[in-house]
Design a protein around this ligand. Structure first.
Ligand SMILES: Cc1cc2nc3c(=O)[nH]c(=O)nc-3n(C[C@H](O)[C@H](O)[C@H](O)COP(=O)(O)OP(=O)(O)OC[C@H]3O[C@@H](n4cnc5c(N)ncnc54)[C@H](O)[C@@H]3O)c2cc1C
Length: 438
């Protein structure tokens, strides 16, 4: 089958623009063969490759990606490796599900951390934790208080921080309260993705700038790229929202655009006026109305704001320019003492959700496994999905596979244009009913 949509690559990702240039691996340039093929070199594909190499050190493993590592969504996110579920519930069943979820997310964090330390990946990896913040007293009572109760029921450490405390920690009086949890890791996601790719074991070959334009599923898999082709008996598909283009989850995925900006680094004098010394990360009580923010190790502020329905997985340059202005205004409003600090980089990326929040994980055909549909939390969910897909494919006994499967399968969504109307209406409703959290 022909692959009718490829990721559209641009040069806007701020996280990689602030790093030294990296030389990409060569493209697939011949007719090759491998024991295993992985398509996609984001968190899911890179974890699958590393784990396969551990499981099968003598097999030849090939990873192909349409672009360059660190330029994909894995390198474009806000850089939070999150260990807790976004929404917990209070019933025993829900708490049990939260425990399983945390086990999966923490295994992913530990797996990445081990590699970061052992391979010496320089990506500002740090267990800084995160502040879950509310702007209004309604947000505090409707979101933060239940969250605090659930964390208590789960036996998870957290700290309730009042308005003054939040202002001291992050240097903005915009927020009413926050719940601080210590388990989240902050890093530069482009540096992490590059590092994970550049330290793959020796029996893994990564071809970059090698978009799969055609795939044939007879007698194993046979892919074609513009410059080469490859055959393999087994495939792990790790292309997140592009899975439907490969004939999987064709009526299950909802695509959402997410947009972020980084300011230039604060000068010494601006840092003194700002008064905050430690890096921090903050997620909003409502992801649609609120803003994700960070203060980085190199004294920049990140703003991640505006989620939009994006079935085309594309954002025009004019929309990016208007997002940059929007992000600048939000930054100026939250940090009046830093007036004059400009946004330096603005970029977009694409999340992939299922209606019921379930991952696209598991064995999809006798010789094919999928690790896709990360529901917006792909640093941890993608990593664990890739790792467990590799274990499942090798028949390695891992009790976490059952925990992963207990998250369910992506529910079917209506065909377009019905789904377009439904998703847009839902997003507008979220924005309207949570406007107090903007
Ligand atoms: C602005 C923003 C902020 C975010 N913040 C966070 C956050 O703080 N924490 C978090 O956990 N998540 C966050 N996310 C989501 C997270 O980045 C994704 O969930 C994650 O990148 C998914 O990882 P993945 O490996 O599954 O897919 P991807 O990173 O999308 O990798 C899939 C790969 O498949 C390749 N591919 C697709 N089609 C083909 C083809 N035909 N041929 C070859 N290769 C192909 C692509 O090039 C890509 O490299 C954010 C996303 C955005 C956009």
């Amino acid at each position: 089958m022909r692959i009718t949509r490829l990721p559209r690559l641009d040069n806007t990702n701020g996280w990689s623009r602030i790093l030294e240039p990296r030389k990409a691996n060569p493209s697939l340039a011949k007719d090759a063969a491998a024991d295993w093929l992985i398509i996609g070199a984001g968190y899911a594909g890179l974890a699958a490759a590393r784990r396969l190499a551990e499981n099968r050190p003598d097999d030849r493993i090939v990873v192909v990606d349409a672009g360059e590592v660190g330029e994909n969504t894995s390198g474009r996110n806000s850089g939070f490796a999150i260990d807790l579920p976004h929404n917990t519930g209070s019933s025993l069943e829900e708490l049990g599900a939260s425990q399983r979820y945390m086990g999966l997310a923490r295994t992913a964090i530990d797996y990445m951390e081990k590699t970061v330390i052992e391979a010496g990946i320089d990506c500002d990896w740090s267990r800084d934790g995160k502040y879950h913040t509310a702007v209004s007293s309604r947000g505090a009572s409707e979101v933060l208080e239940p969250l605090a109760r659930e964390l208590e029921a789960l036996g998870e450490p957290f700290e309730w921080i009042d308005k003054r405390g939040v202002a001291e920690k992050i240097g903005s009086s915009h927020f009413t309260a926050a719940v601080y949890t210590p388990g989240c890791v902050l890093m530069n996601p482009a540096a992490l993705t590059r590092g994970l790719a550049d330290t793959l074991p020796e029996n893994v070959i990564l071809y970059e700038n090698s978009p799969v334009t055609e795939i044939n599923y007879q007698n194993g898999v046979h892919i074609h790229t513009p410059t080469g082709s490859l055959r393999a008996p087994k495939l792990i598909l790790a292309v997140n929202g592009f899975a439907e283009r490969f004939g999987f989850l064709e009526q299950n995925l909802v695509h959402v655009g997410a947009h972020a900006s980084l300011t230039r680094p604060l000068s010494k004098q601006e840092r003194e006026e700002y008064g905050v010394t430690d890096p921090w990360g903050l997620t909003p009580a409502n992801a649609f109305a609120g803003i994700t923010m960070r203060y980085t190790n190199d004294w920049r502020i990140l703003i991640r704001q505006n989620l939009n329905y994006a079935p085309s997985q594309f954002t025009s340059i004019s929309k990016q320019q208007s997002l940059k202005r929007e992000h600048q205004a939000l930054f100026d409003d939250r940090f009046p003492m830093l007036k004059g600090v400009e946004i330096e980089h603005t970029w977009s990326g694409y999340l992939c959700f299922s209606k019921n929040g379930a991952p696209g994980f598991g064995q999809a055909a006798p010789n094919i496994w999928t690790a896709v549909c990360q529901n917006g939390v792909g640093v941890t969910k993608g990593t664990i999905a890739g790792l467990l897909a590799a274990d499942m494919a090798c028949g390695r006994d891992n009790p976490l596979i059952e925990d992963m499967e207990s998250l369910g399968e992506p529910a079917r969504i209506p065909p377009r244009p019905f789904v377009d109307v439904g998703v847009q209406a839902r997003m507008m409703w979220e924005l309207w009913t949570n406007r107090h959290e903007a």
